[in-house]
Design a protein around this ligand. Structure first.
Ligand code: SF4
Length: 240
């Protein structure tokens, strides 16, 4: 769906029809999402005039604990879905409708007005083919093997991190976090043993893939030691 989907929304005082949806190849979609509710006129007005990539502040406004890194990472990953490609355009790849509703109710209990749009994103992404060559499932499994707490939101966060890892920027950027500091805090509290393994503070996406390669006994490094490696700046260093 194109970023301009919401900009083409048609507004009413008590309901809104989200129209103008498009598939990633630019073809018009026949899908329509109708949201009916009362008493939210200011939000409706903003929703009618915002870009689809601006959902994050609205999700955070609807959140139970907007200051938590967990909430910010989930909001960022959901909001940045239109910037990802193919099956990764889901709000959180790999979560079905029921589980995604559970996440919304827990972390964004007032976000019911956004639910129809988010489910359209989810359904459209599910219809996209996966190549079978991606490492998404392995990455979710790696994260869950290191979850600090066996709780539903650990699984949601694992899917958020794996989904964001399929995008092109630094992980903290693809999670919509303010900086790598918040990502490190999130990894420390929610995936403690994995954070402890990243002793050199390697860039997180590089670290994940190195872990997966080590599990598969695939040698990806050009040098036996990071200190002597010509790719050191790719794996470590500042992320701006
Ligand atoms: S710096 Fe070189 S040796 Fe170290 S993880 Fe990166 S590629 Fe491998």
């Amino acid at each position: 769906m194109q970023k301009s989907a919401l900009a083409k929304s048609r507004c009413g005082s008590r309901h809104i029809v989200l129209s103008g949806l498009r598939h990633s190849d630019g073809q018009p979609s026949q899908r329509r999402a109708t949201v009916r509710f009362a008493g939210l006129a200011p939000f409706l007005h903003r929703l009618c005039h915002m870009n689809a990539t601006d959902l994050r502040p609205h999700l955070l406004a609807f959140a139970s604990h907007p200051q938590l890194p967990e909430t910010q990472a989930l909001a960022g990953t959901i909001a940045l879905a239109p910037r990802r490609r193919g099956p990764w355009r889901a709000p959180l790849a790999g979560l079905g409708a029921h589980e995604f509703d559970g996440l919304l109710l827990t972390y964004f209990p007032a976000a019911a007005p956004l639910r129809p749009l988010l489910h359209i994103w989810r359904e459209q992404a599910e219809a996209e083919k996966r190549t079978g060559m991606d490492e998404f499932d392995d990455l979710v499994a790696l994260l869950l093997a290191h979850q600090t707490t066996d709780a539903p939101d650990s699984r949601w966060l694992a899917h958020a991190i794996a989904t964001a890892s399929m995008a092109d920027n630094h992980l903290w950027q693809d999670l919509g976090l303010p900086s790598r500091v918040e990502l490190n805090a999130l990894m420390t509290t929610r995936f403690t043993s994995l954070k402890l393994k990243n002793v050199g503070d390697m860039k997180w996406k590089k670290f994940f893939y190195r872990q997966l390669c080590e599990q598969a006994e695939v040698l990806i490094c050009k040098s036996p030691s990071c200190a002597n490696c010509c790719d050191y700046s790719i794996c470590f260093g500042p992320e701006t």
